[in-house]
Design a protein around this ligand. Sequence first.
Ligand code: V07
Length: 259
Amino acid sequence: MFNKIRLWKNQNNSSTLRDKIEAIKKLPVPEHVAIIMDGNGRWAKKRALPRIAGHHEGMKVVRKTTMLANDLGVKTLTLYAFSTENWKRPKNEVEYIMKLPEEFLGTFLPELVENNVQVKMMGYKNQLPVHTLHAIEKAMEETKHNNGLVLNFALNYGSRAEIIDAVKQVLNDSKSGILKENELDEQVFSSYLMTSEFADPDLLIRTSGEIRLSNFMLWQLAYSEFWFTDVLWPDFSEEHLLEAIEVFQKRQRRFGGIL
Ligand code: V07
């Protein structure tokens, strides 16, 4: 009897999720979604668990979010996994976090390949442990011909440093005559950033109640819609991603009405 009720409840829940997905697919879906995955440490603290338990739980949410974004037809999903500031955390925590790409890919790479997902990374590669970089580069190589969702990890990424590096490259190209001053415009400058191959994000999501950008994609987010939630990243579910996209679609429609 109880089993039957549980079965009915499950079927009911999953059908509403499917219905929501189908409804969202009928309207324009954001092509590029960027997410600041915040609140993993707080999630663990609330449960009296070590912070690393929160990071591990957060990794599982990366998988669910990727699969749903792919299903919805999102073209690029950029996830802020590690900032240039995060090195200041305790050594053991950083060491644990740097093993997550290997664990994630060891478990989920076959599923990503099956689902035509392409893995990418942006950030300063030279400071990453070799084992971390090797795992990511292997995944990038094995998925480079996939043409579904691009899963772009921002890892050891910082936006101001990215902009400074772009400016330095512009100065170099100017000095060597490759670039003339009057040729430099927003589009050309964008091509010097780590995101040169991607469109700017249409939607930024940040979890855990912080309402700031924390040095994430400052140039690229100039015209993006922002959606903030108090939900901690390990608690972020399919329903939350669908809600963020629903809000995005409503804002787009209102914007469309004015024009
Ligand atoms: C990390 C889990 C998610 C919450 C945020 C912090 C901790 C997946 C990856 C990853 C990175 C590259 C890749 C495959 C997977 C990851 C870091 C942290 C550094 F090719 N989760 N996750 N990388 N967390």
